[in-house]
Ligand binder design. Structure first.
Ligand code: ADP
Ligand code: MG
Length: 261
């Protein structure tokens, strides 16, 4: 799928749940992601932070093989992505999903099981029970028969998290899971993510709310087309690094929140 860059992959990063080397992705002439090297640490929650158009969603999509990079390499536990897809769960940006698509909530969650089922596999009671368990985990067990398009934004987001849970992955990639959701949903989602982490899973989430980064995440990856910094929140989530990432676009109010947090 992609070119390997000679000498660009330090050996010790090979075992990480997700390791990205020399990644460049372009939709047109100007790259959306340029020459990014980053590794995501096991059993940690990492926020991907950067301004609009910084390439955050593109980075996740390239990590999942949804978009094809110009160059670079993605490894999952040291293996090529294609071998590891079953271990990676993805919750796309809610705004990117067609919510008019007619599907019941339970069917959406069952989609998370398609690798277990096979394309033509029969859905059995055990699969429905597993899907219901995952709905219960996000507080949506009462909505199984509803059409997904009839739910609120927060409820839709919970259902997509339930679909990811059904997959039983150990790496969770989420694109702005808290964007446009109600406070109760935000709390439900962060509780599930912290539980997943406690169970040993690795969580990587694009996150837009700078104020909650220190509460929610262990580590931060700052990006604005190129990688700016990755590391523990206390080391990397600094006004200087944020200024580099956001430039003039960083509102003073947000800086105040960061300094206080
Ligand atoms: P972010 O998620 O950080 O807001 P994106 O990864 O969505 O950023 O986008 C990065 C850049 O790539 C932006 O300039 C955006 O306009 C462009 N872009 C994203 N998706 C597409 C696409 N499907 N076709 C063309 N350009 C795109
Ligand atoms: Mg995005």
């Amino acid at each position: 799928m992609a070119l390997e860059l000679v000498g660009s992959a330090p050996e010790q990063d090979d075992d990480l749940p997700l390791s990205i080397r020399g990644l460049t992705v372009s939709y047109g002439e100007k790259p959306a992601v340029f020459s990014v090297d980053v590794g995501f640490q096991p059993g940690q929650m990492t926020a991907i932070v950067g301004p609009n158009g910084a390439g955050k969603s593109t980075l996740l999509k390239a990590a999942l093989g949804i978009v094809t990079p110009l160059s670079g390499q993605v490894r999952c536990h040291g293996r090529p992505l294609a071998e590891m897809r079953a271990r990676i769960a993805y919750v796309p940006q809610r705004a990117s999903v067609d919510w008019d698509f007619p599907a019941r909530v339970l069917d959406v969650v069952l989609m998370g099981l398609y690798r277990d089922l096979g394309l033509l596999g029969r859905i059995r009671g055990q699969h429905r029970a597993r899907a219901m368990e995952c709905l219960a985990r996000v507080g949506m067990e009462g909505f199984a028969a509803r059409q997904i398009g009839q739910l609120s934004g927060g409820q839709q987001q919970r259902v997509f998290l339930a679909r990811a849970l059904a997959q039983g992955a150990d790496l969770y990639l989420l694109d702005e899971p808290f964007a446009g959701v109600d406070a109760a949903t935000e709390k439900a989602i962060i509780t599930v993510l912290k539980d997943l982490k406690a169970e040993g899973a690795t969580v990587v989430a694009v996150h837009h709310d700078l104020a909650t980064v220190p509460d929610y995440f262990d580590r931060v990856f700052l990006i604005n087309t190129t990688a700016i910094a990755e590391g523990p929140v206390s080391d990397v989530f600094t006004p200087d690094n944020l200024q580099t990432a956001y430039g003039g676009r960083l509102a003073l109010a947000q800086m105040g929140g960061v300094a206080a947090g």
